[in-house]
Design a binder for this molecule. Structure first.
Ligand code: AHM
Ligand code: MG
Length: 342
């Protein structure tokens, strides 16, 4: 007689994976059933909800109004705001209102942090995020992402200046990104390895794809905007010329940091956004772009540096501070450094 409580081995594997959702995984990572564990699991769940909402909106680009195109405004970075930038920024804010989890959010799109006073008595976390990374890809239906970083709020921030955020990336308690690509993926770390999930749109859940991802020690990919070649210092140009001469190396640059880092996380290589003439700190912002990705890549066994200092050791002097970024497989990063330190 058939035992209906038992599964055959093949079903066991499929169902086992299908049943490991993001929030379950966060709880299992922390390993306790403390209030903090539930808070972090709920927090990650709200970030996942923001990601699902943004993915759904993106999937209707060209069908409904205000997904593509620009708003006509310019943000604090001096960049044209796209409709998707504004929408995604608001989605994150809405996801955390009345959540009781986060007192303060800071993003690429807002000059100052956004406070949710009703959360502040209990919500001791700050979420820093880039709502849409790779904005120039939106209107041409290419991969984009969202990046996030979680920090504990220190003190009561009575001045409203968020000065406690001006500390090194080692203060992050978690970080990750959402990749809106051919599928939507959620990658996170709470300091115990890097884990990847894929959105199953039919059930609306992020399902475990791979745990404890390790970045290869060395890869053949270098990812940099070579259109800026003549804006770099000579050692950086020398490194890229060297890469041109090595057989087997290949260039990949998508215009979205999240997508390029995702490739490097799984396949190895290096991403570079160096300083340029008149922009010595490059383009990428420390607190919600470089530092969270550095946290992830270090957790996966790779490295991230400005060329002079580990990214996680950089202390920003303002919320929207920028840094040069060299990030990826440890051997590749070392190779870049050997040119910069010549
Ligand atoms: P964004 O967050 O405003 O989109 O800017 C960040 C993006 C990165 O995703 C990408 O690596 C870089 O800017 C591309 O810049 P460029 O066009 O100068 O190469
Ligand atoms: Mg960005």
């Amino acid at each position: 007689m058939l035992d209906s409580t038992k599964l055959n081995p093949a079903d066991e594997i499929v169902l086992g994976r299908d049943f490991m959702t993001l929030s379950q995984h966060v709880l299992s990572q922390i390993g306790t059933f403390s209030a903090e564990a539930y808070d972090l699991s709920a927090l990650m769940g709200r970030i996942g909800l923001a990601g699902k909402t943004i993915a759904r909106h993106l999937s209707r680009a060209g069908l409904v109004e205000n997904v593509l195109g620009v708003t006509g405004e310019v943000n604090v970075q001096g960049e044209a705001v796209k409709n998707m930038d504004r929408y995604a920024n608001r989605v994150f804010l809405r996801a955390f209102e009345q959540s009781g989890l986060v007192c303060r959010l800071a993003s690429e799109e807002m000059e100052k942090p956004y406070y949710i006073p009703e959360n502040c008595p209990i919500g001791r976390y700050t979420l820093l995020y880039d709502p849409i990374d790779g904005s120039s890809n939106i209107d041409v239906n290419l991969a984009i992402g969202s990046i996030f970083s979680i920090r504990q709020q220190e003190g009561n921030d009575e001045s409203g200046e968020a000065l406690d955020l001006l500390q090194s990336g080692r203060k992050q308690i978690g970080a990750g990104y959402i990749l809106y690509g051919t599928s939507t993926m959620f990658i996170y770390s709470l300091g115990k390895g890097v884990h990847a999930f894929t959105l199953d749109p039919s059930i609306g859940e992020f399902i475990l794809f791979q745990e404890h991802i390790k970045i290869p020690n060395k890869g053949s990919v270098y990812s940099v905007n070579e259109g800026n070649f003549w804006q770099w210092d000579e050692p950086m140009r020398e490194y890229v010329r060297y890469m041109h001469r090595q057989v087997g190396n290949t260039a990949r640059y998508s215009g979205a940091l999240v997508a390029d880092i995702h490739r490097i996380l799984f396949q190895g290589g290096v991403f570079l956004y160096p300083g340029m003439v008149g922009h010595e700190d490059g383009k990428l912002r420390l607190l919600y772009e470089s530092a969270p990705l550095a946290f992830l890549i270090e957790q996966a066994g790779g490295r991230a540096t400005t060329g002079l200092q580990e990214i996680l050791d950089v202390i920003p002097d303002r919320l929207h501070a920028r840094t040069p970024l060299i990030i990826g497989s440890s051997e590749n990063v070392k190779e870049v450094e050997s040119f910069l330190n010549k």
